[in-house]
Write a protein of this length. Structure first.
Length: 416
């Protein structure tokens, strides 16, 4: 489907048409016409009437079937534009919802998207109801005020119903998180701007085959596996990507998913270093702002500058120096597996909850069960078996360190 994209900006602002075009491509649209206008919002169309006429001509001459605005449109503006242009008109928020719908696979993701759609429609229904009661009915095609109120109430009821279902899923996910916590392993989340390479890195570290695509928002449902970073076992979670001006209603709808990041012990924040430095800077800023907005500002962050295979190494290092990142950082290529040892080493040092322990424990059945646990949940430096005793040297969880302390022979326990 051929589409035109539009961004009305205030004086001196940059447009976001390149990213909007990328979103359109992800949704399966072909962008054939772009419009940027610097001006205050027009009450009737958002853009000026002259630009509307320009768009109308392009629609007729180029076979454009839909117009997509970067700006949020009031229902009246959307109605007026669609009537004038003769094709559907949608906003960036509606476009992102379309993309999310394409990529939703789990029941939770589908419910979250439907919730966002209904909340978006509810905010518009309020204005439609107000207009209907005044005798103006854009988009209602002759429905009266009573029907408009019923429409509003029906949306509200569906929102309540979906919230109940999501709350039940949230309780189930909380139980899963509780069971994970009982294992004593830290949670590491992969996050960052969409299409920064999170799923590629996840596949590399886990030897899995999570879908990887150059399109945006291919990951909507977190996937979690146990991996080892620098020898230390951790839960690694691949999460939904960030984007500039992510609509608030989407942040709210995906809160249960995003809170996985906020509950992490370490965040690996991926950034595409191959892009121009001003783009890298803006995407890093957006990602850090998003982490703050979801309550993850207290979690340790390792910035992972990815895609070093697409740029000269000295150029990449120069970019990083100019960016002066606020956290520890490492330069890698997830696709080519470059510098992954450095990533694991740095992440391992940043992980809390592990302590180095040397212990001597009796050689019996109970001890052998602990040794099995050590292999599963620890970074084992060495284990030596004697006739009566077992000597272990491990980086392990506090929980297992306590078990070793209780089992150790007198004088056979040392921390550090």
């Amino acid at each position: 489907m051929k589409v035109a994209i539009v961004h009305r900006v205030n004086l001196g602002e940059e447009d976001n048409l390149d990213e909007l075009s990328e979103l359109c491509l992800t949704a399966g649209y072909e962008v054939v016409y772009r419009v940027k206008q610097e001006r205050p919002p027009h009450p009737e169309y958002n853009i000026g009437s002259g630009k509307v006429e320009e768009l109308k001509k392009a629609v007729q001459e180029m076979g454009i079937e839909k117009v997509i605005f970067e700006n949020e449109l009031k229902p009246v503006q959307e109605y007026n534009l669609a009537k004038k242009l003769g094709v559907p008109v949608i906003s960036r928020t509606q476009l992102i919802l379309e993309i999310f719908t394409l990529h939703a696979s789990s029941i939770e993701a589908k419910l979250q998207i439907k919730l966002a759609e209904l909340k978006y429609e509810l905010s518009r229904a309020k204005e439609k109801v107000r207009l209907a009661k005044k005798g103006e009915q854009p988009g209602f095609h002759g429905l009266g005020a009573y029907e408009a109120d019923v429409y509003y109430d029906e949306i509200h009821k569906r929102i309540v119903s979906i919230n109940r279902k999501l709350e039940a899923i949230k309780k189930h996910m909380d139980l899963i998180r509780f069971e994970r916590r009982k294992l004593g392993l830290p949670l590491v989340s992969l996050s960052g701007y969409t299409n920064a390479g999170k799923s590629t890195l996840f596949n590399l570290l886990t030897s899995e085959d999570v879908e990887v695509d150059s399109q945006l928002f291919t990951t909507l449902t977190p996937t979690t596996r146990i991996v080892r970073l620098g020898g230390k076992p951790v839960f690694l979670s691949d999460t939904v990507g960030f984007i500039k001006n992510l609509p608030t209603l989407l942040v709210e709808a995906f809160y249960a998913t995003l809170r996985e990041i906020a509950l992490s012990d370490l965040i690996l924040l991926l950034v595409d270093i191959s892009e121009p430095i001003h783009v890298v800077e803006k995407k890093l800023e957006t990602s850090l702002d998003t982490l703050n907005s979801i309550g993850a500002n207290g979690v340790p962050v390792l910035i992972v500058f990815n895609k070093m295979d697409l740029v000269d190494r000295s150029e990449a290092e120069d970019k990083i120096k100019k960016l002066n990142p606020p956290f520890h950082s490492v330069l890698i290529s997830a696709k080519k597996g470059l510098n992954i040892d450095k990533l694991e080493e740095t992440a391992s040092k940043m992980l809390k909850g592990f302590i180095r322990v040397k212990a001597t424990i009796p050689f019996d059945g109970m001890s052998m069960k602990i040794v099995e646990e050590l292999y599963d949940k620890s970074n084992v430096m060495s284990i030596e078996y004697g006739d009566r005793h077992v000597k272990v040297d491990v980086e392990t969880t506090i929980e297992l360190a306590e078990k070793l302390k209780k089992l150790s022979i007198e004088g056979g326990f040392k921390v550090g």
